[in-house]
Design a protein around this ligand. Structure first.
Ligand SMILES: NC(=O)C1=CN([C@@H]2O[C@H](COP(=O)(O)OP(=O)(O)OC[C@H]3O[C@@H](n4cnc5c(N)ncnc54)[C@H](OP(=O)(O)O)[C@@H]3O)[C@@H](O)[C@H]2O)C=CC1
Ligand SMILES: CC(C)(CO)C(=O)C(=O)O
Length: 338
């Protein structure tokens, strides 16, 4: 390890995939994770990336947080949103004074990271590719999708350019943007629909293609876009999600087309279900609903925007987490009662 080593903090589905690609390209990468058998497997057998995009086994270096020594200039954070603050506190001693952290996560984690290390050391990023951590040392890379990197203030610093270079190794179409908040809010809109799909056991595309539930998807998208607009953000679209279709005053057909495009996009991935569904159905653990979705209601309240559908969605996900409800079409039907 030396100062030029790139740390990937959280080496699950997203961090592991990025780490394998960067290591394969000859970048000096250290994958840091709290799951000891995963760290052990990565050090012993490397990381197996498998699925329709490509399958390869990559030799990587891995460590537990307590094994890390030294100071580093580039750290990519890829833990779940609700682990962000703890993870940033644990990586902070290893972040060089002029070093930066890039969030390869869903949600508005950049706000928390900036609170902990300063906005000038926080770099924005948006990832939409699909991956699942299968078992120690083994990750499914389900599909390619949009990736963007940008400065929180819209400026393109050397650090922003450097992370864009790194992300482009993984995704050649990675965008260097002056509106990273636009992508992050676009993903919150997209993500709110994904959380709704996790209320059932059907695939993302099957859920999104359900005509009966279209009003649910439209309402969620509309609430998120209204909050984004009130905060002065110009949300951006990607992979079927068209933020304009959910803006106040937009016609129903536009939203219908966008939801159909999202269904079509998600028909072509080996990751058939969202990470949220996987947390509930497979990993049997808490989701990112509070960190990623409940915060929209809080910010909406501050801006005077009502978000009843978002609040009901948060409640239903909590019910499933607490084993008070099942993932089923009838749970999604609850969203129609608003
Ligand atoms: N998977 C996907 O397809 C996509 C995910 N995202 C987003 O990317 C982010 C990462 O998700 P994903 O990769 O799926 O999650 P994973 O759970 O697969 O990976 C996160 C890893 O980080 C570990 N971890 C937790 N806390 C720490 C810590 N303090 N220090 C070091 N490691 C830690 C986790 O351990 P443990 O399991 O014990 O918590 C886990 O091994 C999330 O915000 C997610 O929403 C965005 C786009 C697509
Ligand atoms: C489904 C995906 C990959 C976005 O397309 C995602 O963000 C998730 O699983 O949470």
């Amino acid at each position: 390890m030396n100062r030029n080593t790139i740390l990937i903090w959280g080496a699950g589905a997203i961090g592991g995939t990025l780490g394998a690609y960067l290591s394969r390209a000859g970048e000096d990468v250290l994958l840091v994770d709290i799951v000891e058998p995963h760290v052990e497997a990565m050090n012993t057998d490397g990381l197996l990336i498998e699925g329709p995009v490509e399958t390869f086994r990559q030799s990587v270096k891995a460590a537990r947080p307590s094994d890390v020594e030294g100071q580093f200039s580039r750290i990519i954070l890829a833990v779940k949103a609700h682990h962000t603050r703890d993870a940033v506190r644990s990586l902070k001693p290893y972040l060089a004074e002029s070093g930066t952290v890039l969030s390869a996560q869903n949600g508005l984690n950049e706000i928390i990271i900036a609170e902990e290390i300063g906005a000038e050391r926080t770099i924005g990023c948006f990832v939409n590719f699909g991956a699942d951590w299968l078992e120690p040392g083994r990750i499914l890379f389900g599909n390619r999708a949009a990736v963007a990197v940008g400065g929180l203030d819209g400026q393109t610093s050397d650090a922003v350019r450097e992370y864009h270079r790194l992300l482009s190794i993984f995704e050649p179409k990675a965008v260097l943007t002056d509106n990273i908040w636009g992508y992050l809010w676009g993903k919150l809109g997209y993500g709110s629909l994904l959380f709704a799909t996790a209320l059932t056991n059907a695939s993302m595309s099957e859920n999104l293609a359900s005509e009966r539930h279209f009003p649910v998807y439209r309402r969620l998208g509309q609430e998120v876009m209204a909050v984004a607009k009130a905060r002065g953000v110009k949300p951006l679209g990607f992979n079927g999600f068209n933020p304009d279709a959910f803006m106040p005053g937009a016609d129903e057909d536009a939203a219908r087309r966008s939801v159909a495009d999202m269904a079509e996009f998600n028909r072509h991935t080996a990751k058939t279900h969202s990470g949220i569904w996987r947390d509930l159905a497979v990993r049997k653990r808490k989701t990112e609903v509070d960190a990623q979705i409940a915060i929209i209601a809080t910010l909406g309240h501050e801006a005077g925007i009502a978000t009843p559908a978002i609040s009901r969605l948060v409640e239903l996900i909590h019910h499933i987490e607490d084993v008070r409800r099942e993932q089923s079409w009838s749970t999604l039907d609850e969203m129609l009662k608003l």
